[in-house]
Every structure is written in structure tokens, then in C-alpha cells.
Design a protein around this ligand. Sequence first.
Ligand SMILES: [Zn+2]
Length: 407
Amino acid sequence: MANEINFVNDVTNTIYKTQFPQAIIKFAEFDLSFFMGQAIEFGEKASESGKYPLKESYIIRDLLKKAHPYIAANLSGKYDKIVVDCIIENICRTQEITESSLWNKHISPKTEFDKMIFTRLSEYKCNRAANEWLDIVRLQEYTRNKLNFIFQGTKNIDDAHIKKNYFDLTFSVIARERGCSDKDLGKISSYNKSLLPNSVFMISRMSKEIYKSINTELEDAKLLKTPKFPVDRLHDQISMDIYSYMRRLSPPIDTELGWIRSMFGEIEDTIYKPAGFKPLLDLEFDKILSNNILLKSCARCERYYESSINYDGEFCDIIGADGKTCREHSSDNEEPIPKELDKRCEEIHSLVKRNIGKQIDEHEFKEWEQYLNSMKTNIEKNYATPDELEKFLEYTQRMYSQITDQE
Ligand SMILES: [Zn+2]
């Protein structure tokens, strides 16, 4: 399919797909705070009880599935312990302690929870793992910044190309100055399906057939002696040693091609093996530009959308919470929040404010006020509807009348 990138990971024999530009836009917009809230709550309960119910932690982990196909593909591998990572980050941030002192604190773990924290911190300590939660948060910021850097106010695809190259080269300059090489940063390798590291297992039935046909050639062959740490210069030599066994291979005849094709299944053009999330994100940016997709940020909801030659306005055509797009809203001149409703917001706001110190404390009020404000912004951006605001106001009133009734 067009606008799709195929990729694999180290762990499974599956080919995953990510679509551009949708996956990048979605990742930039994805609300990570819901996962964070759940993980922290889970961590607090686990710390109290000492137990660490794995099944429950996996349900929380899986909330990140929709953030990006790369995260979904690596949930049970690289991101398996992301809930612990989030708990550790939260403890260090709120208690203002370093990972090192947290490690010291848990050095003789007594409970299941302590053990979980200690094991994970030990993995960081000996460089076997990183705090994946922190990395995802930082990668999201990276993606947002790169999107804005390349596309904000950019009028044509050529300008976008220049900005992207400027961004990437700046990264390379810093990497070089800080003494990091390719090996530290992880690259993205591309393969055809048959030359993938796991191809023999991915196309296993066909591989078995091929093995049968070359069996005699390989009968007395010993394992090739490969160096423990192969350097790039030796690759051709090793490859040609392998090739020497298939020199006499003849192509299948026409009548065989039908079943061979069916054994191969879908043959994807290029399959990538990213050593990290960043290389894949960078590739998605490259593909967006090389496919001449120019993204624009909507003047109303600030989301990115694909610009097209048929429309030169500044509003997106993404369907919002009320079933209408910003483009449709821009022509109907309606206020996003009706005047009546806005007035009720004011009234209830001052009512609740008057009750600080009585039915509500300062902290609770601040939280309530923040929720109200973000709901209003969300309606302006069409992430939420006036209906939902109305329900929230009703709920607030009900809550306070209940308290008054009890008195
Ligand atoms: Zn919009």
C-alpha cells in the first residue's frame, strides 16, 4: 500500500506497518498523561501492599498501544517494563532523589514491589536497559518540535526539505561534538523480504523447499568460521563464501512460478529494521517529504493536516468532537461556546470560588478550575462539545447541592 513503511524488530517474525504522515501526527498528539496517571496510581497501591500484580501492570502498559505502531510492535519486548519505568521516574521526581539513591534504598528488597524497582534500576546501572518511559516522553517532544520546525509556516515542499536537512545536520554536528558515533545512535537498515535476518523463519515453508533442493551441495559443508566481531571489511568475503554454494542454481521454470509465488505471500518492497524509535521517526519524516506531502497546522485546532492543491485556506478537514471539521466551522461564524453557556460558566465559577474554605479547599478548587478551563479550550479546538461542558456544570452543581443538603 502507498504511504506505508514496513518494519521488523529483533524479537518476533512479524512484519509491522506504519503509515505516514498519520502515525507521526498521531504520536505528536497522543495524550501520554492518561497512561502516566494509571501507572502512578498502580505504583502507589503496589508500594502500600508490597505486591506487584503483573497482569494489571500489562493492562496499563497496553494503553500505549495506540501511540505509535513502533510502540505497539515492541510492547512485550523493549517496552515490557514501561510501567515500572514510569513509577521510578515519578518517585525520583516527586521525592527529588536520583536513581542511584533509590537503588541504594532498595538494596535489600523485601517485597515484590521493592524487588521490581531494584531489578529495573540494576538494569539501568549496568546499561542493559534505559528508562523507556522517559525516552518516549522525550521522543514525543522531539517529534512535536521536528514537526513544527519543518512545517510551521512553510509554504512549499522545497523549503520543508531544506528545514528538515538543517534540523538533521544540527543533530549530527552535536553528536559528533559530543563524541557519539553511528554505533551509539542506532541506524535503520533496509532489506528485501528474502534477505531479512529472520527471513528463513518468516518464509519458512519456501525456505524448507529450497533447502531440499540444495541439500546435496551442503551435505559435507562445514560451518563457516566467522570472526566474533566482524568488521565491515569482511562482509563481502563471508558473503561470497556463502554464494559459492549456489553458483549452479538455476531459476525456477515458468510452470513452477505459481506455487512459488503463493509460498512467498505478500512481497513487500522494502523492509526496515530500526535500531531504536528515533531512526524510524526520522524515516517517516523523510518519507513524508519524498512523497511531496506538505503538512499545515490548522489555525483553529492547531492539529497538522495534509495540504492539498484544491484548498488554500488555513483550516483542517479533521472531523472534530461535534462531527464537524474546522473548515466547516470557519464558514458558519458560530461561537464555539454559546453565550448562555459561557455566562453559566462564569456564575458557577464564582459560586464555587465563594465556597473555598467551606466545602472545597484551595487545592481542590485549583484542580476544578483547571479542568473547567481545559474543557473550554478543548471546545474551541473541537476536541470536546458544549454538551460535555454542560454535563460538567450540572455535575458540579449536583455535588454542591448534595453537600448543602447534608448540612
Ligand atoms: Zn482544525
